[in-house]
Design a protein around this ligand. Structure first.
Ligand SMILES: Nc1ncnc2c1ncn2CCCCCNC(=O)c1cc(-c2ccc(F)cc2)cc(O)c1O
Ligand SMILES: [Mg+2]
Length: 215
């Protein structure tokens, strides 16, 4: 995952996608990643799993940890109800710059707000900064070794509520064993595993894990 990928994908989207057409931007990114070079977007196959859980939750306040190029934020933004909003945390300012451009190009800049910084720096003040009390849907897709720490932080900060849906990407590959052990053994979470493949790969296993918070 070289640092030069995000600018190339941005360039490709600007040249090949239809401005303001979020579904077309998503398709153009997927075609590029299948045919030219793999990116660490959640992708089309796991993206469909994310879409389904998102629609079931029909959330008002959405948190994403790990924005990257904005692909999953775009997938969710196109399914958002009227007054709903997505807040997405991105530690890399280079990724955040590219994501902002792609999200704006797709016309979703009013529905998606990128928060720049490390998750443990952003989470403690996100409630008052964003005027949100609790999140209804959380998508975790950042550094795999931080999933567990950050879920515990969400609990301790009271940022998730009874019935909040938490979706985690890459629970098989690259994997987040401590996170899986934590949510599956905790009485506070109802977990469902969705086996799939690593994005843009035919033959490498991966999975998404859905955890409903029931304190
Ligand atoms: N404290 C913080 N807060 C926010 N972001 C933060 C952070 N600390 C760091 N970051 C920034 C995380 C950067 C990327 C996270 N995603 C990944 O690392 C990722 C990797 C692969 C992958 C695929 C094929 C391979 F061969 C190897 C890896 C696939 C995926 O779907 C992925 O989501
Ligand atoms: Mg991922």
């Amino acid at each position: 995952h070289d640092e030069e990928f995000p600018p190339r994908i941005l360039d490709h989207v600007m040249k090949n996608a239809i401005k303001g057409d979020v579904t077309n931007v998503i398709d153009v990114i997927d075609k590029y990643c299948w045919s030219v070079e793999i990116a660490m977007n959640v992708g089309d196959v796991k993206g469909a799993i994310l879409d389904k859980s998102f629609l079931e939750a029909s959330p008002k306040n959405v948190l994403e940890i790990g924005c990257y190029c904005g692909y999953s934020a775009l997938r969710m933004s196109r399914l958002l109800k009227e007054d709903a909003k997505i807040f997405t945390i991105e530690a890399s300012s280079q990724y955040a710059d590219v994501a902002q451009e792609i999200i704006s190009f797709a016309g979703m800049e009013k529905k998606v707000q990128i928060l720049r910084g490390l998750s443990d720096e952003v989470l403690p003040t996100i409630a008052e900064k964003c005027g949100v009390r609790t999140f209804d849907f959380v998508f975790i897709d950042h550094a795999k070794e931080l999933y567990k720490r950050d879920l515990i932080m969400l609990e301790n900060l009271g940022l998730i509520r009874q019935g909040t849906t938490i979706m985690a990407d890459n629970v098989i590959f690259p994997g987040c064993p401590d996170y899986l052990e934590y949510v599956r053994n905790s009485p506070k979470f109802e977990c469902t595993n969705y086996p799939s493949k690593l994005e843009y790969c035919e033959n490498r296993e991966d999975a998404m894990e859905k955890s409903i918070y029931l304190p």
